[in-house]
Design a binder for this molecule. Structure first.
Ligand code: ADP
Ligand code: MG
Length: 356
């Protein structure tokens, strides 16, 4: 099923008291394709949950429309929308065992017992809970509880799956594993899904496309790679991964000047003209440092303030001496085992990589 959201708005508070009024979602347009997993990503309070609740039918839009395929569902009750929501793990019923928790929705529908049993077998196997059917929720790990919540949703065979920060109660390692499982399951079942998170790594790893939201509005929609490589503004650039911002001057359609250096750029926005002063974005891995002056041009010199070991990368914070472009830079180098390690206080030459 395809999902269309058209110019949707949600205001909270009363019209009588404007000081009390919040526009939680502000004229959002969105199209989710058949079988796609799209993620709403943004800081706390940006309107993700409100948008999801309007899709589910728990919240009435102030303006705008929600379409499931070509069916307008604004006036359709949540239980008649054929969309199910997966909450955090605590939403499972503590007094029911695993089997009864998962079968709950089918029993409400008064499905025949033999049919329930048949469906249960498939779903329990699918989410990896075989053998745990008679356990009480209190006897389950966080990950198993989350699988129960997931199973309870997918057994209803919804046309649309909605997730609101479903992994936020789990520890980091389990969260990573569950991301992969949810992604795998969603692709296997082909159910169109909308997933909400404030965690950019989670959004990047689970999604076909990501919707970056800020203050009730959409900043950008794109695949994870598009958002990373071509953020359309500084909010998106800073929210997805780390970034260095620098004042730059547009020289021509392909180059900007930063300090005395002329640099290739990936894209110059249409609204910008030659001579404009703009903000250039450089990812930390697009910058190289060395303690020996090489034959390559270098774009600046600086001193290492901080070195942080992040596993596959090392992050340096550098104080730049020729501050024409920036005071501080964040630089990432890969392969910490084979790379030269630079020390705090060491003086380094800085080079922006050509392809960056
Ligand atoms: P997110 O899920 O991105 O953290 P929410 O959708 O929960 O954001 O909230 C968006 C904005 O709407 C916030 O400013 C929040 O305080 C406000 N809000 C959400 N629900 C209500 C409500 N029931 N009444 C009043 N304000 C609300
Ligand atoms: Mg929320």
């Amino acid at each position: 099923m395809e999902l269309y959201i058209k110019k949707i708005v949600k205001d909270f508070g009363s019209y009588d008291d404007p000081s009390n009024r919040v526009r939680a979602v502000d004229r959002v347009d969105l199209h989710v394709k058949e079988g796609e997993l799209i993620t709403l990503l943004g800081p706390s309070g940006c309107g993700k949950t409100t948008l999801l609740r309007m899709i589910a039918g728990f919240e009435d839009p102030t303006e705008g429309d929600v379409f499931f395929g070509d069916r307008r569902v604004n006036d359709v009750a949540p239980n008649h929308r054929n969309a199910t929501m997966v909450f955090q793990s605590y939403a499972i019923f503590p007094h029911l065992n695993v089997y009864e928790n998962i079968a709950f929705g089918l029993r409400l529908k008064k499905m025949e017992e033999s049919k329930i049993r048949e469906k249960m077998e498939g779903v329990i196997d699918l989410v990896g809970l075989t053998g745990l059917e008679s356990r009480q929720p209190s006897q389950l790990s966080g990950g198993q509880q989350q699988r129960v919540a997931l199973a309870r949703a997918i057994i209803m065979e919804p046309a649309l799956l909605l997730f609101d920060e479903p992994l936020s109660n789990l520890d980091a390692k389990l969260r990573e594993q569950m991301r992969i499982e949810i992604r795998h399951l969603q692709k296997r079942l082909g159910i169109t899904s909308v997933y909400v998170t404030h965690d950019q790594a989670e959004a990047m790893s689970i999604s076909d496309r990501v919707v970056v939201m800020n203050k009730g509005r959409i900043e950008q929609v794109g695949t994870p790679i598009e958002l990373y490589a071509r953020p359309s503004n500084s909010f998106v650039a800073a929210f997805i991964g780390k970034v260095n911002f620098m004042p730059a001057k547009i020289e021509d359609k392909k180059h900007v000047r930063i300090g005395s250096s002329l640099l290739d750029v990936m894209a110059i926005p249409e609204a910008c003209h030659v001579g404009d002063i703009v903000i250039a974005t450089l990812r930390p891995e697009a910058i190289e440092i060395d303690n020996i002056k090489s034959d390559d041009v270098h774009h600046g010199e600086g001193r290492i303030l901080r070195r942080t070991f992040l596993g596959t990368i090392i992050e340096y914070e550098i104080e730049v001496h020729n501050t024409v472009f920036h005071d501080h830079l964040i630089v990432h180098t890969v392969n910490p085992i084979t790379q030269t390690l630079f020390e705090v206080e060491e003086e380094v030459f800085i080079r922006f990589k050509e392809e960056a």
